[in-house]
Design a binder for this molecule. Structure first.
Ligand SMILES: Nc1ncnc2c1ncn2[C@@H]1O[C@H](COP(=O)(O)OP(=O)(O)O)[C@@H](O)[C@H]1O
Ligand SMILES: [Mg+2]
Length: 288
């Protein structure tokens, strides 16, 4: 079967105009880590095939290029070299086929719209009939457990509820691929656990392809069918690819889970160390 998402020799270097823009979705630009060197690649030669319906987790330390990678797949950010395809078609721009969920709901929810209106807004481009709009909105709100909160404004919602709303809004337009950038990163541990469980439930129910970024090893093992581990920028690439050997639902307290996570931790450290100590990369052919 052809891959849903296919990434071949992907490279990314931020150009001057992008640096100036300080793209709003890359919040934590560290001025010391803007690579102005000779090559200046954040990502170099990323290769990956993701199957339809797969729950794929990207794991990597803060600043390694996870958001950069997801934004390129989303079509929000141009790549420097290589290929990124969805269903065989080159990705160059945003598309309703790819839904996005960010870490900070505050920056993407409309504060002047209610829960229901926020979800309905996402469906606007579809120009649905009133009944269909009502049905889709109600379903998406129910999917994330926000039924009963339809008339509330984002301001009065908890952090977890805001993330639920963001997820509902993405699902409402029925994207084929859901791209989630540390969606639970800002939540307290308890809420986070609940939403992790719920996300697995939603994924099973909807059979969507999910691309999920985290810097939390335990979260990666809890959620991912496959895990791609990124080394650190500059020149970050995938240093390890794992097929997680557990069925769902998973329990992070199981001894198998704990052992596997510890093993992955060691492997991850070794791979990143080896990556850092590798010889200077040669200039990349695919990068333009
Ligand atoms: N618009 C930008 N211009 C220049 N450098 C950037 C920009 N956005 C991110 N970077 C740099 O690229 C690297 C990867 O950033 P990012 O993809 O946000 O990492 P992560 O999501 O893994 O924390 C960081 O070192 C960051 O400083
Ligand atoms: Mg990020």
């Amino acid at each position: 079967m052809e891959a849903k998402i296919s990434i071949v020799n992907l490279c990314k270097r931020y150009e001057d105009n992008e640096k100036e823009k300080g793209l709003f979705f890359s919040k934590n630009i560290n001025p010391d880590r803007v690579f102005d060197g000779k090559e200046g690649y954040v990502l170099r030669n990323i290769n990956l095939q993701i199957k339809e319906g797969e729950f794929h987790v990207f794991l990597g330390a803060s600043g390694c290029g996870k958001t950069t990678l997801l934004n390129i797949i989303a079509g929000l950010l141009p790549k420097t070299g290589g290929e990124v395809r969805m269903d065989g078609k080159e990705i160059n721009g945003m598309s309703p086929e790819r839904g996005l969920v960010f870490q900070n709901a505050e920056s993407v929810l409309f504060p002047w719209l209610t829960v229901k209106q926020n979800v309905a807004y996402a469906l606007k481009p579809k120009k649905l009939k009133k009944e269909e709009l009502e049905k889709r909105t109600t379903e998406a709100i129910a999917l994330v457990g926000l039924t009963g909160h339809e008339r509330k404004y984002p301001e009065v919602l908890s952090g977890g509820m805001r993330q639920r709303l963001q997820i509902a809004r993405s699902f409402a337009s029925d994207p084929e691929v859901l791209i989630m950038d540390e969606p639970f990163g800002a939540l307290d541990a308890q809420t986070r656990m609940v939403l992790q469980d719920e996300l697995v439930g939603i994924w099973k129910k909807t059979k969507k392809t999910i691309l999920f970024v985290t810097h939390d090893l335990s979260e990666a093992v809890l959620l991912g069918q496959k895990i791609s581990i990124l080394s650190a920028a500059p020149d970050a690439s995938i240093v390890s690819y794992e097929a997680v050997p557990f069925s769902y639902p998973r329990n992070s307290e199981d001894s198998d889970f704990v052992q596997y996570t510890a093993m992955l931790h060691r492997k991850l450290n070794a791979a990143i160390l080896a990556h850092q100590n590798r010889p200077e990369p040669q200039s990349t052919q695919t990068a333009g």
